[in-house]
Design a protein around this ligand. Structure first.
Ligand SMILES: *Cc1c(COP(=O)(O)O)cnc(C)c1O
Length: 348
């Protein structure tokens, strides 16, 4: 006998049309370059197996993951030759996987390049460091890669989301590096870099955040649409009297009679304690339900005093406008997305 899996009281609604719109917008803003997509970290928490096919249908042909296991998770859905692994090959097993599937490694060091060459080489990407000092070969070492068959020569902006002099410096170094190693395509821009203008676009761009509704730079605010909406079910409602305290450490005291609702959302789901006394849930028609007291691991308490019709099992929307939530909490938009845990049912 098979039993249907239990229903979950927590879901992340993903607007597939908005996702497709955002990719197409970023592709158009990339001008002569083609936009790819960063789908690392499970597509920033949205679910890479859901997101990657939607992006492919929208026209996206190049996908970037960080880990080899993230590529392995996609090879039955996406042409492996269009997936590149940003971390590069650390072990012979990584190289063997690349050879067997056609997934491209992004070579980040002379050691990775040697490992790739010793295995017979083949089409690969290369990351050159232009000032971030995170991953990538030093420009002066690129000459040692002569003979490798390079598809994309990448670099990555450290401060694309700011008006920093580092942007122009990295652009200039990336352009100079293009003269030292033959390659088919070149890429520099993440979401923010796309908004910096044509000089930053090369042949291919690598947006991530903006695909998922994040606003990487103010220039993108009017054209990027929100994609995710967390929703949670009410588990319990109760009445309290003036003077009653609410939640761990009794940080909120009811000033008068109140009606409370407890929802199945907590810091284990990525709704971190910084939302304590700050967050807002909403009824379907937008009514405000402020978070009261501490957010706990699996539960959060909201004020239902003005919505007497709400009862156990009703669904609520969690306010999660990314730029606003980032300003409110001090978390980055990236953290707000990637922190959403695996107890959310991802639904489209
Ligand atoms: C994560 C990542 C991206 C995407 O950056 P966003 O700011 O999310 O658009 C692009 N390139 C590299 C190398 C990355 O690591």
């Amino acid at each position: 006998m098979t039993v249907a899996p239990p229903a979950t009281p927590l879901r992340l609604t993903i607007d597939g049309e908005a996702l497709a719109h955002n990719w197409q917008t970023l592709d158009a803003l990339s001008g002569a370059a083609k936009a790819g997509a960063a789908v690392k970290a499970d597509a920033y928490g949205l679910g890479a197996r859901r997101v990657a096919p939607l992006l492919a249908r929208a026209g996206c042909a190049d996908f970037f993951v960080a880990h080899w296991a993230e590529a392995a998770d996609l090879v039955d859905l996406i042409d492996p030759r269009r997936i590149a692994v940003l971390h590069g090959p650390l072990t012979d097993a990584d190289v063997a996987f690349a050879k067997a599937t056609g997934v491209r490694p992004v070579l980040n060091s002379l050691d990775q390049a040697r490992r790739w060459r010793e295995a017979g080489g083949g089409l690969c990407d290369v990351m050159v460091d232009t000032g971030m000092n995170r991953l990538g070969l030093a420009a002066g070492d690129l000459g040692q890669l002569a003979g490798l068959e390079v598809d994309v020569l990448h670099s990555h902006l450290a401060s694309g989301d700011e008006d920093s002099a580092l942007n122009a410096l990295q652009l200039q170094r990336w352009q100079a590096s293009r003269g030292t190693l033959p390659h088919r395509r070149a890429a520099l821009a993440n979401s923010a870099g796309i908004a910096l203008g044509a000089a930053y676009h090369g042949d291919l761009t690598r947006p991530g955040l903006a695909l998922y509704g994040g606003i990487a730079r103010a220039e993108l605010a009017d054209v990027i649409r929100p994609v995710v909406q967390p929703q949670v079910a009410l588990l319990q409602v109760r009445q309290v009297a003036a003077g009653d305290t609410i939640g761990y450490n009794a940080t909120f005291t009811a000033p008068g009679p109140m009606r409370l609702g407890t929802v199945a959302l907590g810091y284990a789901d990525g709704y971190l304690r910084c939302w304590s006394g700050q967050g807002m849930l909403r009824t379907g028609d937008g009514g405000e339900l402020p978070v009261l007291g501490r957010v706990s691991m699996d539960l959060t308490i909201v004020d239902l005093t003005h919505v007497p019709h709400l009862t156990e099992g009703d669904w609520l929307n969690v306010d999660y406008d990314l730029p606003r939530a980032a300003a409110q909490t001090g978390l980055s938009q990236y953290e707000l997305l990637t922190g959403l845990g695996n107890r959310f049912a991802r639904a489209g």
